[in-house]
Design a binder for this molecule. Structure first.
Ligand code: SF4
Length: 580
């Protein structure tokens, strides 16, 4: 009988050995956003969402094995249960995939090996990894076709946590969020973008309507008890109709969910800040890329004004930019770094231009002989040296430019966690004032123009009252860490900012409650321990827990979990998980 194992690559991550590197971790913020912020950097891992989404949507029995140790992986292979093994990996992890497939070939040669993920774009993959088939493009329909199933069956969206293993200042973060995956790919086709090219430069929706997304949120709320979501969609605002419908359904059902989204500046500008606040966006990732305005998505947009307006309304902004673009030389690269920092976003990502296999950029650079092939794969992740010939930079110096850009951002604007707290509290106060003023003037939300328009009488905007409650709870999440932020502030400017933010909290909510005081003390104690570990070891690397979930009977919600993510759910919400 056909039986599939879908797995990510083996841990450990972020260590130095023959198949991985310290900067090649399974962390997003610490690796490339709050990098160089030491103890102030929030830490977490994200489950390999695609594995669970695919497993939920095919009918052959599947086990998902996420973040396994080598022993857990080999035990699974040696069980003799599987006819097929699918391994998903990114380019820096290709040597891990090679080690895993070699083991399968040696010990269970009858198993068919399927490969998926961005790593499959490596042109010389055949010489590196042993496999039978490669999953091209979007994985659900590919697997359905592969196993002879109907590729057009409706998509079932799983209920999954957005992050696991989350810590700030060494203290576990108790607040959980869910993940929603509305679709994959992006039609913007930026020439460097691996995601856009992986999905053939088009967008494939899984959740086509606002109602589909709303129902996925409801399912996660009921299963995991979450009302805050990461929206895993490259450009969520690119489909404004769907976003508008989602808000309509939330309003009809009095559900003020909140969202972290990725969107391009041009798509955001069409919807406007009032809409995003009402929708519940509390975190926005924007690709600002470069001062040179090379991309359609930022042309004609006043990014400074846009970012500040969003932040003033409580939306944390992460501005992502690229270093070592073609026009960069030793002068203009500093102009671009300073420009990105001057946008005053809460968080900044600096990425080295990376001609990833499969992209237009890669083809172009390969044709021109610019690609340097002897850089180890595990270092091709955008936070180390570049892997192409740039006329103005030597390879070794590029890693230093990246590191220094993060340090400059950190010393200019302070820790990201402090900026997020600042945005959350000032946004809450502003939106509260604006809502009260509109209510007094009788202004109403107009879902057609996406603006507040004059109405006849003063009234209570009941949905915005729910939204304000959600913004209040979101802002209060940060309060217990602020004394620790102050204690470890990198400079006097950051300390002054921290005191200012603490005063805003006091004005908004009064003195800290006893519970907040106790939490604050707990964070300081744990931070002390964390700081000592950082001083001793240089970095604290927590490995993501293994998750093993078996999907046996597709006609019901039945599934079995043994450890990891699902086991955590079991402890917290035993009523919602059925253990075999
Ligand atoms: S807008 Fe973003 S996701 Fe879309 S192609 Fe460009 S870089 Fe990729």
């Amino acid at each position: 009988m056909t039986r599939l194992l879908l797995c990510g690559v083996v841990k450990p991550f972020g260590i130095k050995d023959e198949i991985t590197e310290p900067l090649c971790t399974m962390e997003l913020l610490n690796n490339q956003v709050t990098r160089e912020q030491g103890i102030h950097s929030p830490r977490s891992n994200n489950p390999s969402f695609a594995l669970y989404l695919m497993a939920e949507n095919i009918q052959v029995p599947v086990t998902v094995l996420d973040f396994p140790t080598w022993e857990e992986f080999t035990k699974e292979i040696d069980s003799g249960e599987y006819t097929h093994v699918g391994i998903s990996f990114i380019i820096p992890n290709v040597l891990k995939a090679r080690r895993m497939t070699r083991y399968i070939r040696k010990h269970s040669p009858q198993i068919r090996i399927l490969l998926g993920g961005h790593g499959t774009a490596i042109p010389e993959l055949q010489n590196l990894v042993e496999y039978d088939d490669i999953c091209h493009g979007e994985g659900i329909s590919w697997l359905r076709r592969y196993f002879g199933e109907d590729p057009d069956r409706p998509i079932i969206h799983p209920a999954l946590p957005s992050s696991i293993n989350a810590y700030v200042y060494g203290a576990p973060i108790p607040i959980k969020g869910g993940i929603i995956i509305p679709g994959v790919g992006c039609q913007n086709s930026c020439r460097f973008c691996a995601t856009s090219h992986k999905f053939d430069r088009k967008y494939t929706p899984f959740l086509r309507t606002g109602m589909d997304i709303f129902q996925a949120c409801r399912k996660s709320e009921e299963t995991l008890g979450v009302d805050d979501f990461g929206m895993m969609d490259e450009n969520f605002c690119r489909n404004p109709e769907r976003a508008r419908e989602l808000l309509d359904h939330m309003e009809e059902n009095n559900k003020a969910y909140s969202f972290a989204i990725f969107s391009s500046a041009e798509a955001i500008s069409k919807l406007g800040t009032d809409f995003l606040v009402r929708l519940g966006v509390n975190f926005l990732w924007i690709g600002v890329e470069s001062k040179a305005n090379l991309f359609e998505k930022t042309r004609g947009i006043d990014l400074n004004h846009m970012i500040q307006d969003l932040q003033n309304h409580g939306i944390t902004v992460l501005a992502s930019s690229i270093l070592f673009l073609e026009h960069h030389n030793k002068k203009t690269i500093h102009e671009d770094i300073d420009w990105a920092i001057d946008l005053k976003s809460d968080l900044s990502q600096f990425m080295g231009l990376g001609p990833s296999a499969g992209t237009e950029l890669y083809k172009d650079y390969e044709a021109k002989g610019k690609i340097i092939h002897d850089i180890p794969y595990q270092r091709k992740h955008g936070q180390d040296e570049i892997w192409f010939r740039h006329p103005h930079f030597t390879l070794p110096e590029t890693a230093g430019y990246l590191r220094d850009a993060f340090i400059k951002k950190y010393h200019t604007h302070g820790p990201g966690v402090l900026n997020m707290a600042h945005t959350a509290i000032k946004g809450y106060l502003k939106v509260k004032d604006e809502t009260a003023k509109r209510e007094r003037l009788g202004m109403k939300w107009d879902p057609y123009t996406l603006k507040y328009v004059p109405g006849l009488n003063a009234h209570l905007d009941t949905f915005m009252q729910l939204r304000l409650d959600c913004m209040r709870r979101y802002a209060l999440r940060f309060r217990p860490v602020l004394k620790t932020t102050l204690k470890y502030a990198p400079n006097a400017k950051a300390a002054a900012k921290c005191l200012e933010v603490m005063e805003l909290y006091r004005r908004a909510f009064g003195p800290m409650t006893l519970v907040e005081h106790m939490r604050s003390i707990a964070v300081r104690i744990l931070a002390f321990r964390e700081q000592r570990r950082i001083q001793r070891d240089g970095v604290v690397m927590r490995q993501p827990p293994t998750s093993r979930v078996t999907y046996l009977d597709r006609s019901s919600e039945y599934y079995r979990s043994e450890y990891g993510v699902a086991a955590v759910h079991e402890e917290e919400d035993p009523g919602n998980i059925k253990i075999a």
